[in-house]
Ligand binder design. Structure first.
Ligand SMILES: Cc1cc2nc3c(=O)[nH]c(=O)nc-3n(C[C@H](O)[C@H](O)[C@H](O)COP(=O)(O)OP(=O)(O)OC[C@H]3O[C@@H](n4cnc5c(N)ncnc54)[C@H](O)[C@@H]3O)c2cc1C
Length: 404
């Protein structure tokens, strides 16, 4: 059986690796020319995502991935802040968590290694045809397959073909991300942020998530010789969020230092204290990027409205998930493991039907979690929500101070 995978991102490469290891003939096509040219933020892999990945790649690849990961259970308890940098409360207790954070570049590089020569870069897919079925490339060439899997992300050509239109829409938030070395912050801000992640919230839909990544200090495994992490020292990987508008959308056209300055100006105009913005100001300018949050429906029944056939899709192509739950990549990996398992056990029509049924439920679960935070952030942008946030945060800050 010949499987063609459109898209060599996280889900497509995980699928390619798993199919290859089970002896399927598989080819993965991606438009990128370099697998390391991908967003530099980190990816959280929970226990379920790690188990799925372990079914798809050889133990030595899994070992190298974990050896460059940062364990969530080792970081301090996460924190909530207001826009003045006042502590509001703690996040959930992660001391029993099995989740790890890994650099997205490291994860993609290792998965690409697992797929080996079956990965073809610099190949942009233009469309798919049910006749064959076939994949059509931008350069006019065609490739036939027994099964085509669209793993081509939120703007999927394959899923659009299957669904007859887009499978997701803008979620109402524009995000900005960047990387800041902990040592580049002044001591007071290092002491405030500490070795933990946190999120600051403010009226009118502005939020700043600061994730802490330390593959050395918080190593998931005690195997220093195996580390291949892009992050080499304690690093804050931050994500600033603003409601989508003409003004915030215009920021998406900017890059690097120019974008960094514009983000700082926008948050200053929204009366964020200078110290809370230091993490943005001290970021490596070339790490700063803007992106729009896209989200599919949270309802399982809406997610793949097409009859089961010889073309299917997985990951963000079907259930595009905003990064607010840190589960989109994990879900794409779990989709891949489910498809490999069913294809190994039964005929392809039954396998695809079983895989799609599981994917619907999985997609709905992660989208529901991610949209909770999106809705919460957007609620602070209503007149009532803005007034409630402005009134409540000083009370929470005082209560937190008295408790300490
Ligand atoms: C800032 C941010 C932080 C995130 N943090 C987390 C996190 O902590 N944990 C988590 O689990 N998830 C996280 N996510 C989400 C996660 O990155 C995605 O959900 C995940 O990458 C989806 O995997 P995928 O394989 O479906 O799509 P992608 O990884 O997006 O891969 C799609 C691939 O298809 C290729 N492609 C697209 N169109 C074509 C075409 N026409 N022809 C050929 N190739 C094509 C692209 O080049 C790309 O490589 C985050 C996302 C963002 C933006």
């Amino acid at each position: 059986m010949r499987v063609v995978v459109v898209g060599g991102g996280i889900g497509g490469l995980a699928l390619g690796a798993g199919l290859r290891s089970r002896g399927f003939e598989v080819t993965v096509f991606d438009r990128d020319t370099d697998v390391t040219a991908t967003g530099g933020y980190h990816i959280t892999l929970d226990d379920r995502a790690q188990s799925a990945l372990a079914e798809l790649v050889e133990p030595k690849i899994m070992q190298r991935l974990l050896a460059s990961g940062s364990a969530l259970r080792l970081r301090e308890r996460d924190a909530f802040w207001d826009r003045r940098g006042r502590f509001l409360g703690h996040g959930p207790d992660l001391s029993g968590s099995g989740s790890v954070d890994v650099d997205r570049i490291t994860l993609r590089t290792l998965l690409a290694e697992a797929v080996g020569e079956d990965l073809h870069l610099g190949r942009t897919v233009f469309g798919v045809s049910d006749d064959g079925p076939q994949v059509l490339f931008a350069d006019g060439t065609l490739v036939s397959a027994d099964l085509i899997v669209g793993a081509d992300g939120a703007h999927s050509v394959v899923a659009r073909h299957l669904a007859g239109g887009p499978t997701n829409r803008p979620a109402g938030i524009v995000g900005f991300s960047g990387r800041t070395l902990r040592r580049d912050l002044g001591l007071p801000e290092q002491e405030r942020l500490r070795s933990r992640s946190g999120i600051a919230i403010a009226p009118h839909g502005a939020a700043l998530y600061v994730g802490f990544l330390d593959p050395v200090g918080n190593a998931a495994l005690d195997a220093p010789e195996l580390r291949m992490s892009v992050t080499t020292g304690p690093t804050y990987i931050w994500g600033a969020m603003l409601p989508e508008s003409n003004a915030t959308n215009a920021l998406r056209t900017r890059r690097g230092g120019e974008l960094q300055t514009a983000i700082l100006e926008t948050f200053r105009n929204r009366r964020w204290a200078e110290r809370t913005l230091e993490v943005i100001a001290k970021a490596a300018p070339d790490s700063v990027a803007a992106f729009r949050f896209n989200a599919a429906s949270t309802r399982a029944v809406d997610l793949d409205p097409w009859p089961t056939g010889r073309i299917t899709a997985l990951g963000d192509a079907v259930h595009a998930t905003p990064p607010t739950a840190g589960m989109g990549a994990g879900a794409a990996i779990r989709d891949a493991a489910s498809l490999v398992k069913h294809l190994s056990e039964t005929d392809s029509t039954t396998a695809v039907a079983r895989f799609e049924a599981e994917m619907r439920e999985r997609g709905s679960e992660v989208l529901t979690l991610a949209m909770k935070t999106v809705k919460w952030i957007l609620a602070t942008d209503t007149p009532l929500g803005a007034a409630a946030t402005a009134a409540l945060t000083p009370i929470l800050a005082t209560a937190a101070r008295l408790r300490r």
